[in-house]
Structures are given as C-alpha cells and as structure tokens.
Ligand binder design. Structure first.
Ligand SMILES: [Cu+2]
Length: 134
C-alpha cells in the first residue's frame, strides 16, 4: 500500500515535455527582457559630453554606446558594430547614415554644423540614440 512503484516510462514523457516548456518559456522571457532593455529611453539618457574631435560610438548588445553623445562641431564620429547582427545608424531627419555595418565594420561621419540629431537603427528601430553637435 505504501510501496512506491516506479512510474511507467510512458508517464514520464509528459513531465519532460512540461519541463522543456518551462525552459523554453524562461528563455523567451529573458529574450524579451533583453529586447525591452534595448528599447525606450536610451536616447534620453544623460548626455556624455566629449571634447575630442574623434569619437567612437560602440554598437553592442543592440545599443548605441553612449546613447546620448555631445561633441564639438568639426568632430568625426565613428560607429563600430560589435554585434553578430548587422546594424546601421540613420538620422531621423535623413541627412546622414552609416549604411549597413556588419560585425566589426565601422563608418565615420564628420559633423561641421551644430545641431541635435536623433538617430536609430533601421533594422532594429527600437535602437535609438541622440547625437548633439555644439
Ligand atoms: Cu540594429
């Protein structure tokens, strides 16, 4: 009566499927978090003020770093993509863009005129950032 009998094999399969589903769900949630962390207010972050005339913006983990950058007029800004995924940087106003950057590719743009540029990745539009030329 109290003796435990091993479950027949056939009854274990649904448990494996259940556990497998939990794992898949957990991965999906984590992936969702990763995506949500790459969206939203990056462009509104506190500006990183740089005085150099040569500045690099790293694209990594689906983010532009720094996401809000201020540079002096005449600065050359270089975007470098460190992700496996391709990215680009395109001004919302459409005046400039880096073109498609595959992993480890880079593109430089020189900004002579003051202004504030909102830009984003056209492949992943939730990747947003701001560049101010002062
Ligand atoms: Cu992208």
């Amino acid at each position: 009566m109290t003796a435990e009998t091993p479950e027949p094999r056939a009854n274990r399969l649904p448990l494996a499927v259940f556990v497998g589903s939990i794992v898949v769900l957990a991965v999906a949630v984590l992936a969702g978090l990763a995506f949500s962390s790459g969206s939203g207010d990056d462009a509104a972050a506190t500006p990183t003020v740089i005085d150099d005339l040569a500045v690099t913006i790293e694209i990594s983990d689906f983010r532009f770093q720094p996401p809000n950058l201020s540079v002096p007029a005449g600065a050359t800004v270089t975007w470098v993509n460190h992700d496996e995924a391709p990215h680009d940087s395109e001004a919302r106003a459409g005046r400039w863009g880096t073109g498609l950057l595959k992993r480890d590719e880079e593109h430089s743009v020189t900004f002579d005129q003051p202004g504030t540029w909102a830009y984003y990745c056209t492949i992943h539009p939730y990747m947003t950032a701001t560049l101010t030329v002062r």
